[in-house]
Design a binder for this molecule. Structure first.
Ligand SMILES: *Cc1c(COP(=O)(O)O)cnc(C)c1O
Length: 410
């Protein structure tokens, strides 16, 4: 429990508060217009109507067709559906059963990508192989590395848009261009293996325009709760003609790609949240980027022996990840919480394990550096005053912890 009455939330990459406008849009769909969107009566038809409006908003924003938008329960499901859905469809496809299917991803993806890949590797050893690309010290995937590992039987390249721990923004447009070139070569050489490009863009919509045609993306993942919408709802955008099979079988919802009764209030909330993200992007980028610069400079000038993890140039506006030499991230987190400040060590999903962050290790940090890292993530409700208060508390906490650990060699 926090001893401070002050509340400063700096964990927007874990989840965001729901925007009031989003909540208001959702409310009628719990107790008034509660019909099942598959029902033929007017209750159902009203639900169907609002689901389709959300679909239109998202399709437009992603530059896709309405029938290419699949509503899911969130980014985890969308990413699982991408990997397992493509594997299931292609591994049983008569054209592609002669060779193993080859998948490529990076070492710094979200666990739902990495663990889905590992699951396939382990369960279907004879049918699939996966390459996990290294990243450089800023967390960037190298295009030459990628080009080198793409084989004739590579069917999926999945690279995240923005890393959730260190905020590195990957060169998605360049990767898309490379993949387009290889697709054309395959077409000319009569190689029939499809090559799909997927990006987990969950951390991106508030700060980056996601035009799938411009980026040459075949599949894209987003969710609502990282963009001021509700938890438990997301999207997988899937270009038509992508060979993919549903993994959740049942009533054939969502163009037979994802069965299950639609989460109508959630989908309405996601549509509204996405609409606001589009509308407010320019203003958000400017505001949050300024706060980021301010916070980074202030920490560097007020606290000694700190290191910014990730990239300076290729960084999403809302992420700040520092290692504080000679401290332990969990202790810093708990002591900040005592002051009413919410931050994160590594990612929320892995923070209940004692393993150091796979992302920080992949960019070459030592175990000690990784364990001393804190992620601060900002959002549209963050203020300069909150950041001043945070640096103030942080400075004395770091000093206190360093005194305690003095004598211990870091
Ligand atoms: C939060 C997050 C996820 C998981 O999203 P859920 O909707 O909570 O399942 C996946 N990928 C990235 C990059 C994320 O930040």
């Amino acid at each position: 429990m926090s001893k401070s009455s002050k509340k400063v939330y700096l964990d927007y990459a874990a989840t965001t508060p729901v925007d009031k406008e989003v909540m208001e849009a959702m409310l009628p769909f719990f107790c008034i217009n509660y019909g099942n969107a598959s029902s033929l009566h007017s209750f159902g038809q009203k639900s169907k109507e609002v689901v389709e409006s959300s679909r239109t908003v998202i399709a437009k924003g992603l530059n896709m067709e309405n029938r290419e938008i699949i509503f899911t329960s969130g980014a985890t499901e969308s990413n699982n559906l991408t990997i397992k859905g493509i594997f299931n469809a292609l591994s049983r496809h008569p054209n592609f059963s002669t060779k193993k299917l080859h998948f490529i991803t990076s070492k710094i993806e979200h666990p739902c990508i990495l663990d889905s890949m590992k699951y396939l590797e382990k369960t279907f050893k004879d049918l699939v192989e996966v390459t996990y690309l290294d990243v450089d010290e800023e967390g960037l995937v190298d295009l030459k590395d990628l080009e080198r590992v793409i084989q004739k039987n590579t069917v999926l390249v999945s690279i995240m848009f923005v890393n959730n721990e260190i905020g590195t923004t990957e060169p998605i447009k360049k990767i898309g261009q490379l993949i387009k070139t290889i697709k054309n070569q395959r077409f000319k050489s009569h190689n029939k293996y499809p090559l799909y490009f997927h990006s987990d863009a969950t951390q991106a919509p508030s700060y980056y325009k996601l035009d799938t045609k411009d980026l040459n993306l075949d599949l894209i993942t987003i969710n609502a709760h990282k963009i001021y919408g509700p938890k438990g709802v997301g999207v997988l955008g899937v270009k038509k003609n992508t060979i993919i099979e549903e993994t959740s079988h049942g009533g054939g919802h969502e163009f037979k790609k994802r069965s299950g009764t639609l989460n109508v209030p959630g989908i309405v909330g996601l549509g509204k949240a996405f609409e606001l993200a589009e509308k407010q992007r320019k203003e958000n980028v400017k505001k949050v980027r300024q706060l980021q610069d301010y916070f980074i400079n202030k920490i560097k000038s007020q606290i000694k022996d700190v290191g910014l993890n990730g990239s300076t140039k290729h960084r999403t506006p809302n992420n700040i990840n520092f290692s504080f030499e000679g401290t332990e991230g969990e202790s810093v987190l708990l002591m900040l919480d005592q002051e009413g400040i919410a931050v994160s060590t590594g990612s929320a999903c892995s923070s209940n394990s004692l393993e150091p962050s796979h992302v920080l290790l992949a960019i070459g940090k030592t175990h000690l550096q990784a364990h001393s890292s804190i992620r601060f993530t900002l959002g549209k409700f963050s203020t300069k005053k909150q950041l001043d208060y945070t640096v103030d508390k942080l400075k004395s906490i770091i000093e206190k912890l360093r005194k305690i650990s003095k004598g211990v060699k870091f």
